[in-house]
Ligand binder design. Structure first.
Ligand code: DX5
Ligand code: ZN
Length: 230
């Protein structure tokens, strides 16, 4: 079995109680915090910035923070997120004028770097910069909102990305983001993903008053992953 990681997207958390939500979702057995940054320019929505990342660190969050930048331009924000405690920083190649440089800026800031591919973006960029990439993130929805349906063409694209990564012989994680649920995570993992972002599937589970509300859904996701034969 691959080293699977579940990354709850805090986009669907209760922002009024964010610190507590993150502590609870990690205590339920998730691995890293997926932190969606939107600028109302690259995507039609506006979310959170480095101050909130720093606030989570100050709240005592020790898990890796996976910062998904849906912003344009990209480079200026990278050092701010690195200082705020980001572990991974990913961006969309369409949002950067100089993709190779942005990847280098991320690594120079001490973070692990990742490229994000929208549903209709080909994987071609990877060929030229694979030596500067620690993670490949495939979008299985159009970026901007939580709670959308998984776009089926992400499955063959995952297989394609898995092949490129394996042939490179490099240690590169393959993450999927958008519409991941208990009923499709197994097929997604079988196609080659090892890191699973899940927002609405986790944060809308159970009763809001129950502090253990996330345990059941995280166990169900893990049980599906345990069935995968790769
Ligand atoms: C969408 C974000 C996702 C989103 C996923 O632009 O990148 O991380 O929160 O939400 P779900 O899991 O609800 O599709
Ligand atoms: Zn995301």
């Amino acid at each position: 079995m691959r080293d699977y990681k579940i990354a709850p997207s805090i986009l669907s958390a209760d922002f009024a109680r964010l610190g507590e939500e993150v502590v609870n979702v990690l205590a339920a057995g998730t691995d890293m915090v997926h932190f969606d940054v939107m600028d109302n320019h690259y995507v039609p929505n506006l979310t959170i910035g480095p101050l909130v990342c720093e606030a989570l660190r100050k709240h005592g969050v020790k898990a890796e923070i996976d910062v998904h930048l849906m912003v344009k331009p990209v480079d200026r924000l990278v050092p701010d997120f690195a200082k705020a405690g980001a572990s991974w920083i990913t961006f969309h190649p369409e949002a950067s004028e100089h993709v190779d440089r942005t990847l280098q800026v991320i690594r120079d800031s001490g973070c692990k770097s990742g490229l994000v591919f929208n549903p209709a973006t080909p994987l071609d960029y990877l060929k030229y910069v694979i030596d500067k990439v620690d993670l490949v993130l495939l979008m299985s929805v159009n970026p901007g909102f939580g709670g959308q349906s998984f776009i089926a063409s992400a499955i063959p694209k995952l297989r394609e990305a898995r092949k490129i990564i394996d042939e490179s012989g490099r240690q590169i994680r393959l993450e999927i983001d958008g519409g991941v649920k208990v009923d499709n995570i197994r097929e997604i993992a079988a196609a080659g993903a090892d890191t699973f972002v899940a927002g609405s599937a986790i944060f809308s589970a159970g009763k809001a008053t129950d502090p253990n509300r996330y345990d059941t859904v995280v166990k169900a996701l893990r049980a599906e992953l345990a069935k995968v034969k790769v």
